[in-house]
Design a protein around this ligand. Structure first.
Ligand SMILES: *Cc1c(COP(=O)(O)O)cnc(C)c1O
Length: 377
């Protein structure tokens, strides 16, 4: 196998992948309507259920061609009955995206905004559910990738169910990393795409959900043609295929990535992500960088770092120096705060982080930025 340059992606996905996953895409041409390809997708859907600990008797995995946002679109537009409202628990950029989807489709919804610096507040959720009996769906983001905050989904799910609502969670940046249990976590629908927790390629996304609720949605208002959950579910049930052309080579890569997921194992993989995250914290502390989010609320996958107050600090220039050395870091404003992110997604480990911090230190020195970095207060 030809050597492929290994870049360390510290951005919040797509993540660094193994060469075996990259090379799994190089396959003989095949028409995806062939039985052989349908069998591959069938096994992949079964394996995705295992990753989410979703019992195959009650749950199903439905594949889509698109980036992770397609799942947000699909779940919201497909799973809302005509007379119901969506409650979006919104403490970050990805839940705000869900609110935008509601706006675009004209879905009746409550945008329960709360601080982007804190997890969702259960008391407020309970109050809103108590006051609004037409809420048919509670929606939130498990791991808000924009900040690195983890939301208490198990408790939210329990509240949603107590008030008879379906619980839909965006698990795009947690599934396959943070151990997750569909039933114990009280989740009816979760979602992800192949390029984050699974360490596959971008372009394949999936929704895992309760089959009975998908069947019930058959007669809900049809708000999209391409992005309808029931339609895709039904097509898989009848033919074993995606309704429209699947991302063929990306599916092969996802199958290899899932194989490597089970070889590494849920517990060992999460331990690796955690120690990589701890190494990021150590490296940042050694250079004097500050966190934006309180440590106990952090997911273990994303660290949001405050820009230092140094006249020589220029994120783009520091980024470019790191990028040239094979390391990608990622900017992002949180509310009005200027930050950048370092993430422990992908097939990376502690030595990669140590190598990164040697490069970052050199970049800071070359830019004339004082070490330890300075803050005004
Ligand atoms: C990455 C991500 C998505 C999907 O974003 P795309 O750009 O469409 O891939 C959705 N939700 C969360 C929480 C994410 O981290």
């Amino acid at each position: 196998m030809q050597a492929i340059k290994r870049n360390i992606l510290l951005n919040p996905g797509p993540a660094t992948t193994t060469d075996t996953v990259k090379m799994a895409q190089v396959v003989p041409d095949i028409c995806p309507r062939e039985r052989d390809f349908a069998n591959l997708m069938k096994q992949l859907r079964t394996d995705l259920l295992r990753i989410a600990h979703a019992p195959a008797d009650d749950f199903t995995a439905v594949l889509f061609c698109g980036s992770g946002t397609i799942n947000i679109d699909i779940c919201l537009n497909s799973l809302l009955p005509a007379e119901g409202r969506v409650l979006v628990l919104n403490n970050g950029a990805y839940s705000s995206r869900a609110v935008e989807v509601c706006d675009y489709y004209g879905l009746p919804h409550i945008d329960l905004k709360s601080s982007v610096y804190e997890p969702v507040d259960l008391k407020r959720v309970e109050q809103v559910l108590q006051d609004n009996h037409d809420i048919a769906m509670v929606y939130t983001t498990h791991h808000e990738t924009g900040t690195g905050i983890l939301n208490p989904i198990r408790e939210i799910g329990s509240l949603a169910h107590r008030f008879g609502a379906t619980f839909v969670v965006d698990t795009t940046s947690s599934l396959g990393m943070i151990p997750f249990d569909m039933v114990a976590d009280n989740v009816d629908f979760c979602m992800a795409s192949a390029q984050k927790g699974l360490m596959g390629m971008a372009g394949l996304s999936f929704v895992i959900g309760r089959e009975s609720l998908i069947q019930r949605s058959k007669d809900y208002p049809k708000r999209s043609y391409y992005c309808n959950l029931y339609m895709q579910y039904d097509y898989f049930a009848r033919t074993g295929e995606m309704h429209f052309t699947p991302p063929v080579q990306t599916v092969y890569a996802a199958i290899q990535a899932v194989k490597e997921y089970f070889e590494e194992g849920e517990t060992a993989k999460w331990a690796r992500h955690r120690r990589t995250f701890e190494a990021i914290h150590e490296g940042l502390a050694a250079l004097g960088f500050r966190n934006v989010i309180r440590r106990e609320w952090q997911s273990g996958l994303v660290v949001s770092v405050l820009y230092p107050d140094d006249e020589h600090w220029d994120f783009e220039r520091v980024h470019d120096r790191c990028y040239e050395a094979g390391f990608t870091i990622y900017p992002g404003k949180i509310s009005t705060t200027n930050t950048f992110r370092l993430c422990s997604l992908g097939t990376i480990d502690v030595p990669d982080i140590e190598a990164f911090f040697r490069v970052l230190r050199q970049a800071l020195e070359a830019e004339g930025i004082q070490i330890p970095v300075r803050y005004k207060d």
